[in-house]
Design a protein around this ligand. Structure first.
Ligand code: GLU
Length: 241
């Protein structure tokens, strides 16, 4: 499974929704526990249920670069957060191509492990709609799709599901939306697990991401969605059941 061997793409996702202000530390700690998977960039996104924007900090290179940037720049706070270590497939390992990716207004942030096979046609469609892409990644179509759905009046969860329905390929996805106290996730051909803490709920590519905080683990199946809240989670299948 070493990516250098041409094995499956690994790298990692972490997420946390909690009632107190330890989300950033939990994300960075989780990313450090996923370093064994190999990566070329790292980043985090945080928001609060009362915020009108999502804070994103991301850097190419080692996690230490992200830590330094966070320390220098004043660390973002938030009770809802996602983090990512990237193993580039579309676009070189630059700061701009690092995840999370956002929509034009910075209201939606997404992290993704895997490959979106139909990203070019979605990118063409969104570009024709006036979207200005900031990265070379396949991933960036996703926050733009979610944001467009929100603008068309869908609630955050429906906007996320509808966007995921448009995707072909492999993905573990986590999405935050400004002003919404949940993380939305989906998986297809890429691992994703949930962790249930006493006052926080976690998600990760693998259990070590949050093992220190809880041993209550729920494995998502391909095609499933979940909404992660501070006090629990809801898993649904493709039909919404
Ligand atoms: N395909 C995405 C990219 O190149 C995600 C890669 C990954 O799994 O980290 O940014």
């Amino acid at each position: 499974d070493d990516p250098d061997w041409g094995g499956p793409i690994m790298c990692g996702i972490i997420g946390c929704v909690g009632m107190h202000n330890k989300t950033l530390d939990t994300l960075v700690h989780g990313l450090s526990k996923l370093e064994y998977r190999g990566y070329d960039s790292a980043g985090v996104a945080l928001t609060n249920p009362s915020d009108t924007y999502v804070d994103v900090v991301k850097r190419s290179g080692k996690l230490e670069n992200l830590r330094t940037t966070l320390a220098d720049g004043g660390s973002p706070t938030g009770t809802v957060g996602i983090g990512h270590t990237r193993w580039s497939t579309h676009g070189p390992p630059t700061d701009g191509n690092a995840h999370p990716h956002t929509d034009d207004d910075g209201q939606v942030a997404v992290v993704h492990n895997g490959i979106i096979e139909n990203y070019q046609s979605l990118r063409d469609e969104l570009t024709a709609d006036g979207v200005e892409f900031q990265s070379d990644t396949d991933t960036e179509v996703i926050p733009h799709l979610v944001a467009r759905n929100v603008k068309h009046g869908l609630g955050a969860e429906a906007a996320f599901r509808n966007a995921v329905d448009r995707l072909e390929g492999s993905y573990a996805l986590a999405c935050v939306v400004a002003g919404v106290g949940s993380v939305f996730v989906a998986r297809e051909d890429s691992p994703l697990v949930l962790g249930v803490g006493d006052d926080r709920t976690f998600l990760g590519s693998d259990v070590p991401a949050f093992r220190e905080f809880t041993d209550r683990v729920v494995y998502l199946e391909d095609g499933e969605f979940a909404r992660i809240d501070g006090d629990g989670f809801v898993v649904t299948d493709a039909t919404g059941t």
